[in-house]
Ligand binder design. Structure first.
Ligand SMILES: CCCCCCCCCCCCCC(=O)SCCNC(=O)CCNC(=O)[C@H](O)C(C)(C)COP(=O)(O)OP(=O)(O)OC[C@H]1O[C@@H](n2cnc3c(N)ncnc32)[C@H](O)[C@@H]1OP(=O)(O)O
Length: 417
């Protein structure tokens, strides 16, 4: 039997209620394909990319040449019809009969990019000269533990701050339950616009806040940028830990010395603790064309899903019970991942407190010809476990820095929720 196009199917399902029919997630992806003119067949991708080169002439020379936009110009609402279209549930289902969060990460990523294309749309041009890529997932905070697999989900979002070539997008996810939509999560992403060949940055339309409330949101975007710069300046890869942090590390060291031997080297694990070196999992992905994005690189949402699932498995085996995601923060997309890459993922429990498990996932591509490794992403996930978990204990100096970094991320998250 021929399937009805999803908008039509939902129109029929919603009868004559008269409420507007919202686009669904599959339409988000097909719109993105149309906007950049992505090829459906992998074998045509080189030609499709070649055709995009001609769009260079449509790029603005200065940001001031682009018409300003309002927040409402990029506002989108999209449905994930898990309730009304049971056939899509399987893809989203986990073994606990709730929704796979990794799939939600993919949907947020696609929607964030479409919101940015809506902000930068040139009315007379069907194709956009911009290649808009995900640079950062600033944060995702969840306020629900369970996402139901059989109730419709609504995503909303708009551009909330604009730099010269970057845009901050705020998105919200709600789920229909008992006739009302209730909030599930809030997300903030940063997207960067590049030229048609994804080689150089490209200007985006300025954003004009229209009310005191929008000015506040815009100002927050500016502050977020400054906060990110501060956080990265104080990174433990660049600067020594603070005096307080040095004391924490030294206390851990003293508490793990074996009192029976007078030696700096002999270490003993305190009760109810796990060495950090025993709290990690690794994985490998071959990046097939199926996982490509509209620019023929690996889709950021796929990378997040894979990292999340490894992080979840690490938290699960660490806490010996089912972990729930509480927060995702500071996922930096440092380098694009090429189709065909070997992607190595390493997940590490780096900090614990009561029921909370802070997991860091490092991803890198491995070039089998040169034998070189290059970091592509770092992911930070905070889980809550059903039971109190053992303390994770660093042994080496490097592990202590990971521990402090995890503690910093955890403290920032706890301030937010
Ligand atoms: C084809 C069929 C498939 C269909 C599939 C459908 C799926 C749909 C798929 C949809 C598509 C899904 C999407 C995907 O899948 S995108 C795939 C995942 N993302 C990537 O691969 C990106 C990888 N990273 C890079 O390429 C570079 O690092 C980027 C380009 C990000 C920055 O490079 P670079 O460092 O050289 O940049 P710059 O110095 O020139 O600065 C430029 C601007 O960027 C701002 N900035 C930079 N970094 C950050 C940061 N960390 N936080 C905040 N802001 C940051 C910076 O302030 C400046 O802003 P402004 O001051 O100008 O405003």
């Amino acid at each position: 039997m021929r399937k009805l196009p999803s908008v039509l199917a939902r129109k029929l399902a919603s009868g004559t209620s008269g409420s507007p029919v919202l686009p669904d997630m599959s339409e988000v992806r097909s719109r993105l394909r149309d906007i950049v003119g992505a090829s459906t067949n992998w074998r045509d991708h080189v030609q499709a990319m070649q055709e995009r080169k001609a769009l260079h002439t449509l790029l603005a020379k200065r940001q001031e040449d682009l018409p300003p936009r309002r927040m409402k110009d990029s506002y989108l609402e999209v449905i994930l019809p898990l309730g009304s279209q049971p056939e899509i549930r399987e893809k989203y289902l986990n073994v606990h009969n709730s929704v796979r969060f990794g799939r939600i990460l993919e949907d947020l990523d696609s929607l964030g990019v479409l919101i940015c294309y809506t902000h930068t749309k040139q009315e007379t041009q069907p194709r956009s000269p911009l290649s808009i890529v995900t640079a950062l997932v600033d944060k995702i905070n969840l306020c629900k533990k369970i996402i139901y697999p059989d109730c419709d989900i609504k995503f909303t979002g708009n551009v909330s701050w604009v730099g010269r070539t970057s845009m901050e997008v705020k998105m919200h996810m709600l789920q229909l339950h008992g006739g009302d939509y209730s909030p599930v999560l809030d997300a903030t992403f940063v997207m960067v616009a590049r030229d048609p060949e994804n080689k150089r940055p490209a200007f985006v339309n300025p954003l004009i806040p229209e009310s005191p409330e929008e000015e506040e949101i815009f100002k927050q975007g500016e502050l977020n940028k400054l906060k990110r710069i501060d956080f990265s300046t104080a990174s433990l890869l660049k600067m020594a830990p603070t005096a307080e942090e040095r004391n924490i590390v030294h206390d851990i060291f003293l508490n793990t010395l074996d009192t029976r031997t007078v030696s700096f080297r002999s270490r003993k694990l305190p009760p109810n603790s796990v060495w950090m070196e025993d709290a990690k999992l690794k994985g490998l992905q071959i990046c097939h064309p199926q996982e490509r994005n509209i620019f023929n690189r690996i889709f950021g949402g796929f990378l997040m899903r894979k990292a999340f699932e490894l992080g979840w498995a690490t938290a699960c085996s660490y806490g010996s019970s089912r972990p729930f995601i509480v927060s995702v923060d500071d996922i930096m997309f440092q380098r694009p991942v090429e189709v065909g890459s070997l992607l190595l993922l390493s997940a590490q429990v780096c900090y614990t407190e009561k029921n909370y498990i802070q997991v860091r996932v490092h991803s890198e591509v491995y070039d089998a010809d040169t034998r070189e490794h290059q970091t592509t992403n770092i992911f930070h996930f905070t889980f809550i476990s059903e039971n109190e978990v053992p303390r994770v204990i660093p042994k080496t100096y490097g592990e202590s820095m990971l521990y402090l970094d995890g503690k910093r991320h955890f403290a920032a998250i706890m301030k937010d929720i």
